[in-house]
Design a protein around this ligand. Structure first.
Ligand code: F6P
Length: 319
């Protein structure tokens, strides 16, 4: 292994830059050459490949987004796309690849390894929906962004005695909703992994009202339904002075938290170690504060699970 490359793919996540920096600097420290591929797998197929030096990743650790740019490129699922990608890697005499991204990006990394090109996956997505790791890069930052919004919304909800429905991202996973809801004391948390019953939610709101509590926060994960749809359903039960806030892409931006920067640095360095050992087809992760690696095919088969105990706790604490 003499020359490796790195790309970021799918939805960006705060901390991707810190991970890329770790890959570049650890690789150069180990005597490797590093190339950056812009725009994920799309850039790979188009040969958008350039050399990275130590200085290329200076002033990046604190920045959100990804300086390598990102793209969603479903065409990489085709044989044609994968063969074109490998052709570009060979043309640039690259021996190993690091892919930072979520589920879709892992499929690309798996495909390349199956075709004989050693590729390592680093979990980078705000959704925290990748198996084999307790946390994905970007989740903690997104969570804190949501929490900041939730705290602010509670101020105005209290002043006006309103019910606020906050729609958060997460695709099919409820982690952002659960963690922000628990941390922000939401009266109800609606996630795809747990069934909910509108009668119960309304019962909760009414109970709160009976004891003089007239404002409420309900966090709805986008994977269940939109905040507006939830508000319409709630309106069938009476007037709860509901207002909807859709946080949207603000959740994907901003300077990464210390947690995300440290996680990204540790995962990036381990990815380089694995390539140095000539191992591909692995995804790095963190488990009980230890950096681990797992077979990427196994990770893709496993379903990510929401923490049931935490969900129950959030419900107990919000009575
Ligand atoms: O996977 C990250 C994510 O932000 C999801 O939470 C969300 O559903 C999706 O990406 C939005 O994608 P896009 O930026 O392409 O609209």
């Amino acid at each position: 292994m003499k020359r490796i490359a790195i790309l970021t793919s799918g939805g960006d996540a705060p901390g991707m830059n810190a991970a890329a920096r770790a890959v570049v600097r650890k690789a150069i420290y180990e005597g490797l050459e590093v190339y950056g591929i812009n725009y994920g797998f799309l850039g790979l197929v188009n040969g958008n490949i350039h050399k990275l030096e130590l200085g290329s990743v200076g002033d990046k650790v604190q920045r959100g987004g990804t300086f390598l740019y990102s793209a969603r490129y479903p065409e990489f699922a085709t044989e044609e796309g994968q063969l074109k990608g490998i052709e570009q890697l060979k043309k640039h005499e690259i021996d190993g690849l690091v892919v930072i991204g979520g589920d879709g990006s892992y499929h690309g990394a798996e495909a390349l390894t199956k075709r004989g090109f050693p590729t390592i996956g680093i979990p980078g997505t705000i959704d925290n929906d990748i198996s084999g790791t307790d946390f994905t890069i970007g989740f903690d930052t997104a969570l804190n962004t949501v929490l900041d919004a939730l705290d602010k919304i509670r101020d105005t909800a209290t002043s006006h005695e309103r019910t606020f429905i906050i729609e958060v991202m997460g695709r099919d996973a409820g982690d952002i909703a659960l963690w922000s809801g628990l941390a922000g004391g939401a009266e109800a948390i609606i996630v795809p992994e747990e069934k909910f019953n509108m009668d119960d939610i309304v019962g909760r709101l009414n109970k709160g009202r009976e004891r003089g509590k007239k404002h409420s926060i309900i966090v709805v994960a986008e994977g269940v339904m939109s905040g507006n749809e939830f508000a319409s359903r709630l309106a069938e039960y009476g007037d709860y002075h509901a207002r909807v806030t859709v946080l949207g892409h603000v959740q994907r931006g901003g300077s990464p938290t210390a947690f995300d920067r440290v996680l990204a640095s540790r995962l990036g360095a381990r990815a380089v170690d694995l390539l140095l050992e000539n191992r591909g087809g692995l995804a790095v992760g963190i488990r009980e504060n230890k950096i681990v690696e797992n077979n990427i095919t196994e990770i893709l088969k496993e379903k990510h699970h929401l923490d049931d105990d935490m969900f129950k706790l959030a419900s107990i604490l919000s009575i």
